[in-house]
Design a protein around this ligand. Structure first.
Ligand SMILES: C[S@@+](CC[C@H](N)C(=O)[O-])C[C@H]1O[C@@H](n2cnc3c(N)ncnc32)[C@H](O)[C@@H]1O
Length: 317
């Protein structure tokens, strides 16, 4: 008999193993992108955000900086800010500095060690703010701290993370967010806009190879946590624009015909076969409206002068 924590960890590893083996048994092999984010993956994502080619973070911050007073005014008063996939909470600091009256900040992230560190540092910077980190996979049911009546719940979902979902799954997830925000609630969301292929491919295949390292980190994690034996030198990072689906895709291409052991299974890879590891869907303002309008009404949209990225404030319908 193990401790409750050991039993919980075993359950997490079992479901990870099931999801991973199910994905690698498909004809187009896949891995869930949420498994990028162990502590090293989260740190590598922070490095990606600093790259010249990765215009997304820079542009979203530019839009936030240029419109922060208007954004804060729309969010209102006495709010609970719930950030989904909070990462380093960099953009959040801008909100925390400008919101008129904030009841509490709830960062939610699957990368538990990284989240704990970020929340502790943030609490040091904002000593009187109630900060309650929630380590959870937000695609599964999870519990949020209770709020007093009269507190307005605002979900914050920046970073174009909505783009990681297929359009069908994004619609389902938006329904969950609308439920979480409740009647008087809202959603502040950042999403990436469709643009020419070259800029998109460069953003996911940078010259320093940081995105390649981030992509391969998922294999390192499987080696460590699921007793796998991926040889990282036998897989190559690929970033592909799928025009039909309006999305960037990341893949890991096998450089050889090979077998890999994972948990108790053995998986065969043909030379040239890929594992599809991530989608980043790109939207137009129109296609994003189609996605959100069943649950939200668009209150305001902010973009940069070159229309690279958009931030919207939406209210529950
Ligand atoms: C693209 S990063 C964005 C980080 C940050 N919000 C930003 O805008 O820079 C995605 C974040 O979502 C988290 N994440 C990804 N999938 C998740 C899931 N299923 N549940 C909870 N967090 C998740 C990752 O750990 C990571 O911090």
């Amino acid at each position: 008999m193990g401790t409750a924590a050991q039993v919980q960890e075993k359950n997490v590893n079992n479901s990870m193993s099931e999801e991973v083996l199910a994905g690698l048994s498909k004809s187009q092999k896949t891995l869930p992108s949420k498994y990028f984010y162990d502590k090293r993956g989260s740190a590598l994502f922070e490095d990606i955000c600093e790259l010249d080619e990765y215009y997304l973070t820079r542009t979203e911050l530019e839009i936030m900086n240029g419109n922060i007073d208007a954004i804060a005014a729309k969010l209102g008063e006495n709010i609970q800010l719930i950030e989904l996939g909070s990462g380093s909470s960099v953009k959040t600091r801008l909100l925390l500095d400008h919101l008129n009256s904030i009841n509490s900040y709830i960062p939610v992230d699957i990368s538990d060690d990284f989240l704990a560190e970020v929340a502790e540092n943030l609490q040091g910077e904002y000593p009187v703010l109630d900060i309650i980190p929630v380590a959870a996979d937000y695609t599964q049911p999870f519990e949020l701290p209770r709020t007093k009546p009269g507190v307005r719940k605002i979900a914050y979902y920046p970073g174009s993370t909505i783009g990681n979902f297929t359009k069908e799954n994004a619609a389902e997830f938006l329904a969950l967010i609308a439920d979480l925000a409740g009647e008087d609630g809202g959603l502040l969301i950042g999403f990436d806009l469709l643009k020419e292929k070259e800029t998109l491919v460069d953003a996911y295949d940078d010259s320093k190879g940081v995105t390649a390292e981030f992509n391969k980190n998922i294999l390192l994690r499987l080696n460590r946590e699921l007793n796998a034996n991926f040889d990282l030198d036998l897989f190559e990072h690929r970033a592909v624009f799928n025009e039909e689906k309006s999305r960037m895709e990341m893949h890991l291409e096998s450089k050889a015909d090979q077998f890999v052991n994972i948990s108790d299974a053995q998986i065969h890879f043909e030379k040239g076969e890929t594992i599809h590891t991530e989608n980043s869907h790109k939207y137009s303002l129109e296609s994003f409206k189609e996605l959100t309008e069943s649950h939200f009404r668009t209150v305001e949209t902010w973009t940069d002068p070159e229309s690279m990225f958009a931030i919207q404030f939406l209210e529950s319908k």
